[in-house]
Design a binder for this molecule. Structure first.
Ligand SMILES: [Fe+2]
Length: 251
């Protein structure tokens, strides 16, 4: 399988692939001038090393939106194949959900603030966007918003897993909405999963303009009632039950 080419310019390439059985979307960002690449939320380290090898790029960074297993599954093999020169970055608040994965650089900035990061000649911002998890991070810059499980195209991520927080999620969506409203509306939002929209379509990217106009969660954040009625913040399933038990043990 070859990844999708979402952006290909003389300075920037963005590739996307859906890997695994959970509809995970992985994104590879490449600085064309320096041939440096970062993989965000690798599900399969081998896959992305092969892609980089075939195209003459060097995979030297891994950025994590958050630490749920389906977003970090490929980190270890990416490191093993690529040697220790690969730098894994994530937010320190992910430790609050008892995650003990190996990270080389941890961000410590406050919720709903950002820090700068670069890839070769490209510049991005890592925004701390808690709610789905305590240290969820959204990457913004160079024409893209990589939103992980914070913001999907038609809705937002669930908040009932261990470390999730619906109040923080609502605050984060206000924060992101304000930021996106100031960006060019043609920039692409790239989520962590390919989920079906209300109209049955299953796009893997969407313009900021369309997301701001149609996303059910963003449209609900200003109203207490609309927010409370959103059907996707919590589910009755085994993962929710597991989170309930873990919270009870902690109390
Ligand atoms: Fe997640």
């Amino acid at each position: 399988m070859q990844p999708r080419e979402l952006i290909v310019t003389e300075r920037f390439v963005v590739l996307q692939a859906q890997l695994g059985e959970w509809d995970n979307l992985n994104h590879l960002l490449v600085c064309v001038q320096t041939k440096q690449a970062v993989i965000i939320d690798p599900f399969d380290g081998h896959f992305w090393h092969d892609v980089c090898r075939q195209r003459g790029w060097t995979l030297n960074e891994v950025w994590l939106t958050h630490s749920h297993w389906d977003h970090v599954k490929g980190v270890k093999e990416a490191k093993e194949i690529g040697s220790d020169s690969i730098c894994v970055r994530s937010h320190a608040f992910e430790r609050q959900r008892d995650w003990d994965g190996e990270v080389d650089e941890e961000w410590t900035h406050e919720p709903n603030s950002h820090t700068e990061l670069s890839l070769g000649n490209l510049r991005f911002e890592a925004h701390c966007t808690p709610g789905h998890t305590p240290g969820h991070t959204t990457f913004i810059g160079e024409g893209i918003v990589v939103s992980g499980d914070c913001l999907f195209l038609g809705r937002c991520g669930r908040t009932d897993l261990f470390g999730g927080d619906p109040v923080a999620q609502r605050r984060t969506l206000h924060y992101l909405r304000d930021i996106m409203a100031d960006l060019p509306s043609s920039w692409l939002v790239l989520p962590g999963h390919q989920y079906q929209l209300a109209d049955g379509q299953t796009p893997t990217s969407m313009s900021i303009g369309d997301v701001l106009q149609t996303n059910e969660a963003l449209l609900a954040v200003d109203s207490d009632q609309a927010w409370a009625e959103l059907p996707f913040l919590a589910f009755e399933d085994s993962m929710a039950e597991q989170a309930r038990r873990k919270r009870a043990r902690r109390a």
